[in-house]
Design a protein around this ligand. Structure first.
Ligand code: GDP
Ligand code: GDP
Length: 441
């Protein structure tokens, strides 16, 4: 607890019953470039506190382990934590699941929340597409105000959600303005995080990469305590591999519990520009691979997938792997998938060019004039419904490319997706996540 920030940041608590998508939302909001000020798995389950930031306003995001009315002793502890988090928060975001409708637990939860005197917001998660939007009205009955739809997994409407959340926080004290919550490391050297379950071949791959490049390699302190980054000079410029401590040494640092290796992996992804997700092809795409992929995806960096140990597969297994990729990792969309053998080095030479490509797009900045041309053309080809118009557009940020649209009235999400597609095609944004923000003029 000693590492808690002394300054008083507004606290946003994410609460709700298990499986509604709280962690996914948490990771989506935190995105990258955050300072993890505290990772406190708590006595029971994971309660995480992270300093995050939206449009220059820092805040503390708290993810409680869940809330279970009348459960076991362990569950009660979790519930107490949740209640405490709620009563101390400046804003409570209660998450529910559009696909399940209102459950009894949601009901009980809402009752508790209504009795705690904190500003709250009812978020209906898993509204992955506009067809699901009508599902939110089911939740009006919880008596927590108008439900707000979002998809934490796909990032749908999360920009609007953040805007809304910020508008509900107490006004910002003057002297806190303009403080940068970034992680430092803006040395211009792009960062790559190698992540994957234990034993998939991360160390073998890493050592192969730095060996093959015969490059000048130097270590530097990473962003988090006892992490070490390695900078490698390559044909494509310098690349910083994030948190390589465990990959360089023979004697491994203890990877610890699954929870800690997950936290560690996510931290390394947070301070990286590109994530390399290594999968052991001999085991197929496991449930853990899938979860890890979802969380990396939610962190908002481009992903390059490596199917390692490929040389051990017969042709039937190779076909099966294609099928599993389609079925379990379809949400990675256009991410490049490389089939490699880190042990023999086969296919590994394609990795650095793939990283370099991803990096370039991730940091791409498109001139405002060109953005507006594309938007205008898209609007003439297919106008937004009900007289909606995009008046002006800019790219508000890079890493990942973030477009801000100034509009005359509400624009349906399906139309925003259409515009996103056009921007993506026109500016060849490939596997990079793209954020769309809408401002009403
Ligand atoms: P938590 O227990 O509330 O923290 O829930 P998790 O974040 O672990 O999510 C539970 C499950 O719901 C996971 O399989 C997520 O991938 C999935 N999930 C989370 N958000 C969404 C979403 O927006 N859409 C869909 N379809 N699934 C989601
Ligand atoms: P990490 O825990 O992800 O860092 O995995 P390691 O790099 O330590 O590799 C785990 C095991 O897989 C070791 O025995 C490696 O020799 C083996 N391994 C790694 N890559 C390959 C590969 O491409 N093919 C085969 N057959 N074995 C591999």
């Amino acid at each position: 607890m000693s590492s808690s920030p002394a300054k008083e940041l507004p606290v946003v608590a994410i609460v709700g019953r298990p499986n509604v998508g709280k962690s996914t939302l948490f990771n989506r909001i935190v995105g990258r470039r955050v300072a993890i000020v505290e990772e406190n798995p708590g006595v029971t389950r994971d309660r995480k506190e992270v300093e995050a930031e939206w449009l220059g306003r820092p805040f503390l995001l708290v993810d409680t382990g869940g809330w279970m009315p009348g459960g076991s002793a362990l569950d009660n502890k979790v519930s107490q934590q949740s209640e405490k988090a709620m009563s101390e928060a400046d804003l409570v975001v209660m998450v529910v699941d559009a696909t399940t409708g209102v459950t009894e637990e949601d009901d009980q939860f809402a009752t508790v929340l209504r009795h705690i005197d904190a500003p709250h917001l009812l978020l209906v998660n898993k509204v992955d597409n506009s067809e699901r939007e009508h599902l939110i009205w089911d939740f009006l009955g919880l008596g927590l105000g108008e439900p707000v739809p979002a998809s934490a997994l796909h990032g749908r409407a999360t920009g609007d959600l953040l805007d809304l959340m910020m508008s509900m926080l107490p006004p910002e004290p003057e002297d806190e303005v303009a403080e940068d919550a970034g992680t430092g490391h803006d040395d211009g050297v792009p960062g790559v995080a190698i992540v994957g379950r234990p034993n998939v071949g991360k160390s073998t791959l890493f050592n192969r990469l730095i060996g093959d490049e015969r490059s000048v390699v130097h270590d530097l302190a990473g962003t988090t305590r006892d992490s070490i980054d390695t900078v490698v000079e390559t044909e494509w410029g310098d690349i910083r591999f994030v948190d390589t401590a465990g990959m360089r040494r023979k004697a491994r640092i203890d990877e610890g519990t699954e929870y800690y290796s997950m936290v560690r992996a996510l931290q390394s992804v947070d301070s990286a520009d590109v994530a390399l997700l290594v999968i052991d092809a001999t085991e197929g795409v496991t449930h853990q691979d899938q979860r890890l992929a979802e969380r990396i995806d939610a962190a908002g960096s481009p992903i390059v997938v490596l199917l390692n140990k490929w040389e051990l597969l017969d042709s039937e297994q190779k076909d099966d792997m294609e099928y599993q990729m389609q079925k379990r990792l379809h949400f990675l969309g256009e991410s490049p998938v490389l089939r490699v053998s880190a042990l023999s080095g086969r296919g590994v030479h394609r990795l650095l060019p793939a990283i370099a490509d991803s990096m370039e797009v991730y940091r791409k900045r498109v001139p405002t004039r060109q953005i507006n041309q594309v938007i205008q053309l898209a609007q003439s080809a297919q106008p937004a419904p009900h007289g909606g118009r995009i008046l002006y557009a800019t790219q508000g940020a890079t890493d990942p490319p973030t477009f801000t649209l100034f509009v005359n009235k509400e624009i349906p999400a399906s139309y925003l997706r259409y515009l996103e597609r056009r921007l993506r095609e026109e500016f060849e944004l490939g596997n990079t996540p793209v954020k769309m923000r809408v401002r009403r003029r």
